[in-house]
Design a binder for this molecule. Structure first.
Ligand code: ARG
Length: 475
């Protein structure tokens, strides 16, 4: 079928055909395009718009194409796109009657429909893998609710916490990344088919039928919007940019923690490389590449938004140029997610080092100040001053937290407030012990093992609810 025969006198130049063809990336929508044509043809027949025998022939040809696969199509750039290649295939099979398939349908609503069909599937696949990552982190965290590490602010030792509590920070970021995709899915899974070129059609089509056959939740209510909007793509790529931001931050910590200076974790050899010249080296390359991959997503998001911003309503061919960036974004995000999950779940934590760091720098000072407030009814600001002076004096004389006793604190307090503090050695050493300190933080969201266990329990409920939800999505 030569689409140009009616209006155009000459063939497109070879260069122009190659330049404008979308065939290279249309492989992603090959099966969706068959589905879309099947649904449309079925609806046309049900509505009495085309003969049911013609519809039957078209459907059979489409089924044959499905079983033969994309290689059965003539994918020469002069064909323009997959929609034409598919129509040509059906024409070759059943002759001119194939042309009825295109009644009340345009490539404009067709491509928008195909993209949504494929994208909703990809979203679900990524969601499944995010849940897998969260599940792995939940299992890892369950073993480490009493594994003490130091927490940082400004990358300076701040307060002790547990490895489990830190991993829970990862899971909650990932949970939001998951929920963002779930929300986006609602706006992806709406049917543009029936909008035709831009103003629907005068044929009595039934959009509810194609919506149902294609598994959409509803159809798009404005046909001009339906053929020209791609915000569902921009939104997905933003969600994935955010997901890779989470992942990049995690990778940054894997890189830092595996250094000699931190010495907190060992990354499995399977996810490390060495140097071609320095035989002793073990490098965290997977984490580094993953950190960089987030930039690819930001680039794709920027490209997509920039293509979209100045397109007049309705369909313009610029929209085609968005598609490769969508697929690249999806594949980059998905593969990064999967490899990072495996890498992170392979790490071994050095518990001794965690505790050593937590003890090294008076990271429990806040709690000592809190104990002073609680036990001696001294205002927090004064307690803060007493403990601050205590740390300065201890550092000046090379004292460690375990060397601090009641007499030392009494002396400092007397200087500051005129009378000794009178806190027992037992309370002082308890306040300065990292694990005791952590156990006292029983506020929801905090690091005490009971609170982390509660979070773990909540996450397990979340995981099982979401697995049920994803099972309804027919993968
Ligand atoms: N390949 C096109 C795309 O991806 C399909 C729609 C073409 N529509 C048209 N009027 N040329 O957007």
């Amino acid at each position: 079928m030569n689409l140009r025969a009616g209006r155009l006198g000459k063939k497109m130049s070879e260069d122009a055909a190659t330049f404008t063809s979308s065939l290279e990336f249309d492989k992603y929508i090959f099966e969706a395009d068959i589905e879309c044509n099947r649904a449309h043809t079925t609806m046309l027949s049900k509505q009495g718009i085309i003969e049911s025998s013609t519809a039957q022939e078209i459907l059979e040809a489409l089924d044959e194409l499905k079983s033969e696969g994309i290689d059965a199509l003539d994918l020469d750039p002069s064909v323009e796109d997959i929609h034409m290649a598919l129509e040509n295939y059906v024409t070759a099979k059943i002759g001119k009657k194939a042309g009825f398939m295109h009644t009340a349908k345009s490539r404009n609503d067709q491509v928008a429909t195909d993209l949504r069909i494929v994208l909703r599937q990809k979203i679900i696949e990524i969601q499944i893998d995010i849940l897998d990552f969260i599940e792995g982190l939940v299992d890892l965290a369950s073993e480490h609710t009493e594994t003490v590490i130091i927490g940082y602010t400004h990358l300076q030792h701040a307060q002790p916490t547990t490895f489990a509590h830190h991993l829970m920070a990862y899971t909650h970021s990932l949970k939001r990344d998951y929920e963002r995709l779930k929300d986006t899915y609602k706006r992806v899974n709406i049917n543009p088919l029936g909008s035709a070129a831009m103003t629907t059609t005068s044929f009595p089509i039934n959009r509810e039928i194609t919506t149902k056959i294609l598994g959409f939740d509803s159809y798009m209510e404005n046909s001009m919007d339906a053929v020209s909007s791609r915000d569902f793509i921009a939104e997905t790529i933003f969600d994935l940019s955010m997901l890779l931001t989470t992942i990049s931050k995690i990778c940054e910590e894997m890189v830092l923690w595996s250094t000699h200076e931190f010495g907190l974790i060992t990354i499995s050899d399977e996810f490390s490389s060495t140097s071609s010249i320095m035989p002793q080296k073990k490098n965290p390359d997977v984490a580094e590449i993953a950190r960089a991959k987030s930039a690819v997503l930001y680039g794709e998001l920027n490209t997509i938004l920039t293509i979209l911003k100045a397109i007049p309503y309705t369909y313009n061919r610029d929209l085609q140029e968005i598609t490769p960036h969508l697929w690249n974004g999806i594949e980059t995000a998905h593969s990064t997610l999967n490899i990072v999950r495996e890498m992170v779940l392979s790490i071994k934590i050095n518990k001794k080092r965690g505790l050593e760091l937590a003890r090294a720098n008076f990271a429990t000072a806040t709690d000592l100040a809190d104990v002073i407030v609680r036990e001696k009814q001294i205002p927090f600001r004064i307690a803060h001053k007493i403990v601050g002076r205590m740390v300065t004096d201890a550092l000046a004389t090379n004292m460690k937290p375990e060397d601090i006793d009641a007499a030392f604190l009494d002396e400092i307090t007397e200087e500051i407030s005129g009378s000794p503090l009178g806190l027992s050695n037992d309370l002082i050493s308890k306040a300065l012990d990292p694990l005791e300190n952590i156990k006292m933080r029983k506020v929801p969201g905090g690091p005490s093992p009971e609170m982390v266990n509660l979070t773990l329990k909540n996450l397990k409920t979340f995981l099982s609810n979401e697995e049920d939800y994803l099972n309804t999505k027919n993968i």
